[in-house]
Structure formats: C-alpha cells, structure tokens
Write a protein that binds this ligand. Structure first.
Ligand code: AMP
Length: 116
C-alpha cells in the first residue's frame, strides 16, 4: 500500500470494501458512497498522488489513462451517449475531501448548470 492512512489506498488494497467497476495495472474505479447522480464513479490512480498540486511530470501517462478509463467506464455504465461530467476537486477551496487524486465521473441525469 502506498499510504497506510489513506482511505483510497485501503480501498485499492481491498482492506475497505468498495463497489468496483474497473481495474487495470494503473487505475482502480468504484462507486462513490454518496452518489450525487444515478451514475457516480471515482477513478483513482493506484499510485498515491495526494492531488493535482502534487502531480509530477513523471505522472503524465496517468492523466491519459484516467481519460481513457473514463471513456470506457462511461460507455460501460450507459451514459456515454447522453453525456456526463468529469470533476477533479483540488484543495480546500475546491472542496477536496480525500487527499488521493481522483476523477469523479457523474452522469445518468441532466446535471445542474452551476459548478460553483
Ligand atoms: P472529493 O470531495 O472530491 O475529495 O471526493 C471524495 C469522494 O469520496 C466523495 O464524493 C465521497 O463520497 C467519496 N468517498 C469517501 N469515502 C468513500 C468510500 N469508502 N467509498 C466510496 N466513496 C467514498
């Protein structure tokens, strides 16, 4: 495990249960425990990167894989056609609550306009 105090590292390690929807050598994806829409998936790198501010040039391949996984998961979840929202919250003002980089994939209904 990358960070023994990180809840998402524990989920990736199988120490905390989750509803997994996707996994490969780089990424792990599971249903958000407090969904804000019919489809709400968190896609996380297996590497413990606390957030965008800690994302380094050597991590750049992970960003591409996150988008490719989002496309695949959106299709698998049946929301690709009608669309969806991808969100990365960062820091206090961004209301990031778990310090392990993650991409929210939110869809299954027409979302609110407001992002702020
Ligand atoms: P953020 O606020 O962007 O850091 O998002 C963290 C997300 O993690 C929130 O939407 C939480 O509902 C979700 N979350 C926290 N703990 C768990 C868990 N054990 N299983 C699934 N989702 C979780």
């Amino acid at each position: 495990m990358n960070d023994p105090d990180c809840i998402f590292c524990k989920i990736i390690a199988g120490e905390i249960p989750s509803s997994k929807v996707y996994e490969d050598e780089t990424l792990f994806a599971f249903k958000d425990i407090q969904p804000v829409a019919p489809v709400h998936i968190l896609i996380v790198p297996k590497k413990h990167i606390p957030g965008v501010n800690e994302f380094s040039p050597e991590d750049e391949p992970i960003a591409g894989k996150l988008f490719s996984a989002a496309r695949k998961i959106a299709a698998d979840q049946g929301v690709a056609g009608d669309g969806y929202r991808l969100v990365v919250n960062t820091g206090k003002h961004g209301r990031q609550s778990v310090d392990h980089l993650h991409l929210h994939l939110i869809g299954g209904k027409r979302l609110e306009v407001s992002l702020g």
